[in-house]
Design a protein around this ligand. Sequence first.
Ligand code: COA
Ligand code: AMP
Length: 240
Amino acid sequence: MEWVSVRMRASLRGRHVSGAERIVRQEDIPSTLCELIKRPKTYDQLHLTVERLKDVEIFRANLKISSYTFEDVNEARDFAVQVLSKSGVSEDLARKAVNLIRSGASPEGWNMRGAVLMDINTGERLEEDPYRGVRTVRVDWLKREEVSRYLTSQGYTLRTVDALAIATKNIFCGVLAELCWSDDPNYVTGYVASSKMGYVRISPLKREGDPLGGRVYFVKKEELRKVVECLERKALLLDL
Ligand code: COA
Ligand code: AMP
């Protein structure tokens, strides 16, 4: 059966403002394009990519979701460090990851265009381009509407639907643990994900109005090539 990757990215004055993707059947391309072009509130350029996929694997998503809310950012970040520690990351490296995202992980102290790759044993940064990092793409839910309905009925947001897909693909590809919070100044909930701890939502991982965010993927250096190839190229449809 043939599947197609439909991707949208939009920018304003050279800055990325919105991105989304779907993996759909040929006959659903027009409606998907119509849906995706409505997503960015404002932009001066919008790019659409429609790409036929050769091999798509279907994978059962099995990350348990939990949510924790704290009085302040420092407590929430300490908790994220604990969850990373329980996922096999040393406390030092977990703090290093928090500090990287907090202060902007690109060399200019701003957001990267993708995720940091960090060696889980040494803390060495492994991404080729520290402004770009690596992006998790070619992933979607097999039954997106059903999953969205289910997760929103449980009190989760549509953001969680997308972030859970990324986190699940990351683990599938060999990412051992992930720390994430958004660069959206109005969205302060982030997460730690790992196969042992599941998808742990944590709020507030930053202060309201803070424009910095990012992702750190903990990986084994010796698996780097295989993991990056999987994150960027492998097409994965998630079943719940
Ligand atoms: N952040 C910042 N810049 C981005 C970007 C992002 N997330 N995605 C794309 N860009 C910009 C970069 O300048 C990039 O150049 P680079 O590769 O040198 O960094 C340029 O656009 C082209 O990127 P490309 O990777 O070719 O884009 P794409 O057409 O394959 O689309 C997206 C990638 C936008 C779909 C992906 O980044 C994204 O945001 N996915 C949505 C994630 C998601 O919610 N998935 C869950 C689905 S269930
Ligand atoms: P967001 O949750 O979309 O606000 O993204 C938070 C941060 O994660 C961004 O600042 C990027 O550094 C990084 N990022 C965005 N999209 C991706 C992706 N598809 N894969 C990996 N990292 C990403």
